[in-house]
Design a protein around this ligand. Structure first.
Ligand code: FE2
Ligand code: FE2
Length: 192
């Protein structure tokens, strides 16, 4: 189903960003210097692409439509996903605060950053796994082809109005170049 395929493709890009973040954490733990500009780029990617755009489509479009079809909002996988989005936002705020302190020369903030980043990495990897393997398979059989088409146009509207045209591509490029820089990996992923 097309909307699910779109969200799963976005998961692959988010996983790449998480892999880079993971590598940066290891470098910090090894006592190596890391460019805080790159860390801030990843945080910006997470806040804009992963949270506002991707989680925005889940929370604002897919999940409510699943609830309309009778999937319970509370006490089931949707409730868990919503809670995890919130926990993730909190971890990202902690990361950002720590990086800003690191930039002011506060060495002890490195530890806070590592803790927040590891929390986020573990959370998001599990979260994506649950959506791909539990929640999305439920969604796949709920909708008529007309409802799927409507969902796609709502997805497209969110991407255009909330994020702006070309922004998706800009972030894909960013993650692609960070993958190359930190993990020497060439694979990129195209969403559309
Ligand atoms: Fe999610
Ligand atoms: Fe997701």
């Amino acid at each position: 189903m097309e909307p699910i395929r779109r969200l799963m493709n976005e998961h692959r890009v988010i996983e790449h960003a998480i892999d880079v973040l993971d590598k940066i954490v290891s470098l910090i733990e090894e006592g190596k210097g890391v460019d805080t500009t790159d860390i801030k780029s990843i945080i910006d990617f997470i806040q804009t692409f992963a949270d506002r755009c991707h989680h925005g489509k889940e929370e604002g479009i897919l999940f409510p439509k699943m609830v309309e079809k009778g999937v319970p909002r509370e006490g089931g996988p949707i409730g868990v996903m919503l809670e995890e989005h919130e926990t993730g936002r909190d971890a990202v705020r902690r990361m950002l605060r720590a990086v800003e302190l690191m930039e002011q020369g506060r060495v002890e903030a490195k530890e806070d950053f590592v803790r927040a980043a590891l929390d986020y990495i573990t959370l998001l990897r599990n979260h994506i796994d649950k959506e791909d393997n539990v929640l999305f398979p439920i969604a796949k059989n709920l909708f008529s082809s007309e409802e799927i088409e409507n969902m796609m146009s709502e997805f497209n509207r969110v991407e255009k109005e909330d994020i702006g045209e070309g922004v998706h591509e800009k972030y894909e490029e960013l993650i692609h170049s960070l993958l190359k820089k930190y993990l020497h990996r060439e694979e990129g992923h195209h969403i559309h």
